[in-house]
Every structure is written in C-alpha cells, then in structure tokens.
Design a protein around this ligand. Structure first.
Ligand SMILES: [Ca+2]
Ligand SMILES: [Ca+2]
Ligand SMILES: [Ca+2]
Length: 130
C-alpha cells in the first residue's frame, strides 16, 4: 500500500512538472497562436526579471538567481553577466534571453514554436527566462 502511495505521489509530481512546462509556454503565448513571438517573449522575460529581483533594486544578484545553489543557474549567470560586476541588469538579462531565443528558433522565423521550445538541449535553458 505504501509503495502504491509513493508511486502515485511520484506520478503526480511528474504530471505536475509537465503541466508547469505547458503553462509557461501557453502563458507566454498571449494571443494563443501556438507560437511565441519576440514581443510575447520580451514581455514574458521582463516579468521574469522582476520576479527574480526580489529586493527590487533593479538588478539580479547571484542569490536572487539561485546561482549559489544551482550549478546550471551559476553557469548561465556567468554567461549573462557580460561586464562581470556580479549583477545582472535588465539589459544584460534581455541580451542573454535574446541569444537563447535565437538558439532555440531553429527555423529562424523569429517565432518560437512548441516543438522548438521542447527540443532537448540537455538542459532547459529557456525555463530560466520565462
Ligand atoms: Ca503567440
Ligand atoms: Ca535585486
Ligand atoms: Ca521558429
């Protein structure tokens, strides 16, 4: 019985994660055309920046980015922090987000389709941005 409960709990966690992923794409796709345009992406990235910036000082520090705990976040933080001052401002965050968008936009149509969003890059980098 206990094992069944654990198995179900695990299943719910998996389903929960799948829904979370679905939500991020669908939430960003404001006009529900199945693609995330650059405008939609910019809006989602801006609100994500504000979400990270917990103390509202206009920059994301390493703690706010979770870079002190998460190795992938730490690597992405280094990539984003172009002037290496240990802070991310909105310009740096958006420049990095644009670079990642272009990386995922495989057919170069300026739109992010659902399969492009879900392609396996080894690490779901876009989750960092929206
Ligand atoms: Ca759209
Ligand atoms: Ca901050
Ligand atoms: Ca595309």
């Amino acid at each position: 019985m206990k094992i069944v409960v654990i198995a179900f709990t695990f299943l719910f966690i998996l389903i929960g994660n799948a829904y979370t992923q679905e939500d991020a794409f669908e939430k960003a796709d404001v006009n529900k055309d199945g693609h995330i345009s650059r405008d939609e992406y910019d809006a989602a990235v801006t609100s994500k920046f504000n979400e990270y910036d917990a103390n509202k000082d206009g920059v994301i520090d390493r703690h706010e980015f979770n870079a002190t705990k998460d190795n992938n976040a730490a690597i992405e933080y280094e990539f984003l922090d172009r002037n290496k001052d240990g802070k991310l401002n909105m310009d740096e965050f958006k420049a990095g987000a644009t670079a990642r968008f272009q990386m995922y936009d495989q057919n170069r149509d300026g739109l992010l389709s659902n399969p492009e969003y879900r392609q396996d890059t080894g690490f779901p980098i876009l989750k960092i941005y929206f």
